[in-house]
Design a binder for this molecule. Structure first.
Ligand code: HSE
Length: 430
């Protein structure tokens, strides 16, 4: 049987683009067997033609004009690997309008502009796939859409930013400072070009927007995600968490309760014996609970040239075999799901307080909790420091966020409180 060629144009031949070239070359026989077609990267758009690369470009026609690729009639599938939401969006739109299938690793582009781009793809009868945008090499979108398709998803909770996880792991295991570990993560190439995307939770929120959408069949709603990063986590929080039997992880959490979608990204205390608490360093993991299957866990590299290339090429094979699952097939039935008000979210909370050491302080704090019907489940107090301050950690019962905020605001007004009360969610993930 004659094997037809599929021509690929790559926009961006950096880490992920180079990884795609290398994996397609090394695993060519396997990929041809699985896809039934010869895949050829015919063109690539690069910023600088003479730059050193991690892959060979011997058989690839290089250009500095990416529009040459999206307008090239001989190219069947475009891989958008430049990132960002400006030029990348124009290129993706143009490629789709020219009838090309597009695969992207660009989480910001899909999280922010995905609804309109998927509509455009639907109107032009092309595919727009983005498995690589979430958790790098972990096939989490395919797992949700294919392997778990019989389930109503109850919970998605993931460590979906490797840089943040690396920083928290180093702080916990080696007692290192936040800034010091961030510098190392940047030097190792884990962090985004703008590291605030990693440490302030924006990168994780982009990924959670996509996860929540696919998990619940809802249109993308990045703007409804409540987002908090890890930059305010101190060594003291890490030490208190450990003492109380928890590990602090930066989680993206999506739940659908009473038809309302709840999506939040924030540092979270989770029991240190839980599987997610033991996902360390730069690794990612996503826990999905389905109402039929129960809890399932997916673990792997969330970034890196070949791990991300693995997801890009899997999308390519899906397009070639017409086994696509996560774009227009499901998309046309996706709904506008109402978002849960953040104040209504119920959670157990960890609070850290710095209070002057004088008789009655703890009694005053617990009286305020009692007035708000908040029960204290655990309290730890460190030795009084040289400034006569007590360092106190408190764990509450399960309460509404609005109730907790009211109580904390009242506590905060007291002269004996020396700094802002730190609030961190606790999740048992049961
Ligand atoms: N900066 C991201 C991370 C890379 O640290 O996970 C992958 O999206």
């Amino acid at each position: 049987m004659r094997v037809k060629n599929v021509n690929i144009g790559i926009l961006g031949l950096g880490t992920v683009g180079g990884g795609v070239v290398n994996v397609l070359t090394r695993n060519q026989a396997e990929i041809t067997r699985r896809s039934g077609k010869n895949i050829t990267i015919t063109h690539a758009a690069v910023r600088d033609i003479n730059q050193d690369r991690i892959c060979s470009t011997d058989d690839i026609s290089l250009t500095q004009d990416p529009f040459e690729i999206v307008n090239n009639n001989d190219i069947d599938v475009v891989l958008e690997l430049v990132g960002g939401t400006g030029l990348a969006k124009d290129l993706v739109e143009q490629a789709i309008k020219n009838g090309k299938h597009v695969i992207t690793a660009n989480k910001a582009l899909i999280a922010i502009h995905g609804n309109e781009l998927l509509e455009l793809a639907k109107a032009n009868n092309t595919h727009l796939l983005f498995e690589a945008a979430v958790a790098g090499g972990i096939p989490i979108l395919k797992s949700l859409e294919q392997g778990l398709s019989a389930n109503q998803v109850e919970l998605v909770a993931g460590i979906i930013n490797g840089t943040g996880n690396f920083i928290l792991t180093e702080m916990r295991d080696k007692g290192r400072d936040f800034d010091d570990v961030l510098k190392e993560a940047q030097a190792l190439g884990y962090a985004e070009a703008d590291p605030t995307f990693d440490v302030e939770g924006i990168d994780a929120a982009h990924k959670l927007a996509i996860l929540g959408s696919i998990a619940f069949g809802c249109k993308l709603q990045f703007d409804n995600i409540s987002t908090e990063g890890i930059s305010q986590i101190s060594g003291e929080d890490v030490a208190f968490a450990t003492e109380l039997g928890y590990s602090i992880k930066h989680l993206g959490i999506a739940k659908k309760i009473d038809n309302k979608v709840q999506m939040r990204v924030h540092p979270t205390l989770i029991p240190k014996t839980s599987l997610l608490a033991n996902v360390d360093g730069v690794m990612n993991a996503v826990l999905v609970k389905g109402n039929a299957v129960g809890p399932t866990l997916y673990y792997g590299a969330g970034a890196g040239d070949e791990a991300t290339a693995s997801a890009v090429i899997a999308d390519l094979i899906d397009i070639i075999k017409d086994t696509v699952s996560h774009d227009i097939l499901g998309w046309q039935n996706f709904e506008d799901c109402p978002a849960c008000d953040t104040n209504d979210i119920e959670s157990v909370f960890y609070l850290r307080l710095l209070a002057t050491d004088k008789p009655g302080v703890l009694a005053d704090i617990t009286a305020i909790f009692a007035n708000h019907s908040i029960s204290v489940e655990a309290v730890v107090q460190k030795q009084i420091d040289s400034k006569n301050n007590a360092h106190i950690a408190i764990i509450t019962n399960m309460i509404k966020t609005s109730e907790l905020n009211e109580a904390v605001a009242e506590i905060q007004k007291n002269d004996f409180i020396q700094e802002d009360v730190k609030i961190i969610h606790i999740e048992t993930l049961d």
